[in-house]
Design a protein around this ligand. Structure first.
Ligand SMILES: NC(=O)c1ccc[n+]([C@@H]2O[C@H](COP(=O)([O-])OP(=O)(O)OC[C@H]3O[C@@H](n4cnc5c(N)ncnc54)[C@H](O)[C@@H]3O)[C@@H](O)[C@H]2O)c1
Length: 323
């Protein structure tokens, strides 16, 4: 796809993944509208779009008039979501309002205002639940462990129905744990690695819950590249893909890499999962993402050790904006 002068809508554009995508799209010459409601507890941060020439619209997909925002879009990257698992447990109605009901609003608005737009939807590995085998491919049974998994699955499926019934080119990427610059690091709401990075940068010990669970973390630049490839590869349209990342590593190994990358004598302690978290924990996960790699030629370029070091370096000079 020729991104130069293409018209792109990024929902959740002030969040972690959405803002990184905005930066890359602008660098490639796209005209970008970033829609974000700056939801409390999410990853939205005005600093995420600093120096990025996007048209930022602060609006909520649950009630905004979405048609003018979709008008004439060539591509819609759909990343707005309620992403907190504990938040979804506490308030499942608010969770489903964003992740499912508002998705239908966006589908209807896009049907009228951008009937030909390609949609890349940010989905999640979460709704596979506790894996019954590893690595997890797209045929793995869906068994959401929490309310957020249910709403995210519903949202994805509404988009796939739009492909099947209206012929819209839709790609859904089921992401694993992503990390890198512009991640929310002020607390543990967005990936354990966020709060770990904050702690080591502040010379404080961090906590590892459990420790043996495997994760296949994806560095954000690799996620961005996957979104762009998903949009521009016609073979992907109508498909649901897992997106993995670095080779699986245990949380303890990731903690050791974080301490090593910090290089300042940082330490951590290991403890059992708190009960409310243990109830929705999925154990070990890593993706079989061969289908997406084969379709697009995508492969992660940034390995975990390097990605953690890059992330820490990025935050060193910007910490106050992220606390
Ligand atoms: N980061 C990951 O590891 C990961 C893993 C799996 C799936 N995902 C998916 O990727 C997408 C982006 O995640 P992220 O990590 O960047 O999260 P994020 O919280 O940083 O970004 C989501 C953005 O959506 C916005 N938003 C939420 N509800 C909204 C609403 N009603 N109206 C307008 N904007 C709203 C938030 O303000 C936030 O900026 C989400 O759909 C998420 O489910 C992310």
């Amino acid at each position: 796809m020729n991104w130069a002068r293409s018209k792109v809508l990024v929902t959740g554009g002030a969040g972690f993944l959405g803002s990184n995508l905005c930066h890359e799209l602008v660098a490639r010459g796209a005209r970008v509208t970033a829609l974000d409601g700056f939801l409390f507890g999410g990853g939205a941060n005005p600093a995420n779009l600093e120096g990025c020439d996007v048209d930022l619209v602060r609006a909520d997909i649950r009630d905004a008039d979405l048609r003018p925002l979709c008008e004439g879009a060539d591509v819609i990257f759909n990343l707005a979501a309620q992403t907190s698992h504990m938040g979804g447990q506490k308030d499942p109605l608010a969770d489903i309002a964003v992740n499912a009901v508002a998705q239908v609003r966006l589908i209807q608005a896009a049907r009228e205002a951008a009937p030909n737009a390609v949609v890349v939807h940010a989905s999640t590995r979460q709704f596979y639940g506790r894996p019954s085998y590893l690595p997890v491919d797209e045929r793995h049974p869906v068994a959401p462990p929490d309310a957020n998994g249910v709403s995210k699955f519903a949202g994805e499926q509404y988009w796939m129905i739009e492909h099947r019934t209206a012929g819209r080119p839709v790609v859904s990427l089921r992401l694993t744990n992503c990390y890198g610059p512009r991640l929310r690091i002020r607390d543990a709401r967005q990936t354990f690695l966020g709060i770990w990075m904050r702690c080591v940068l502040e010379h404080r010990p961090f906590e590892v819950w459990g420790g043996a669970q495997l994760r296949d973390m994806t560095y954000v630049d690799d996620v961005t590249e996957a979104f762009l490839l998903a949009a521009s590869t016609p073979q992907c349209h109508g498909q649901v893909y897992n997106l993995g990342g670095s080779p699986p590593a245990s949380l303890t190994e990731i903690a050791d890499m974080t301490v090593g990358a910090a290089g300042n004598g940082a330490t951590y302690t290991t403890r059992e999962f708190p009960n409310d978290r243990a109830a929705i924990d999925i154990g070990s996960y890593h993706a079989d993402d061969r289908a997406f790699r084969q379709a697009t030629g995508w492969a992660p370029k940034v390995d975990l050790k390097d990605g953690i070091a890059r992330s820490l370096n990025w935050y060193r000079t910007r910490l106050p904006a992220y606390l």
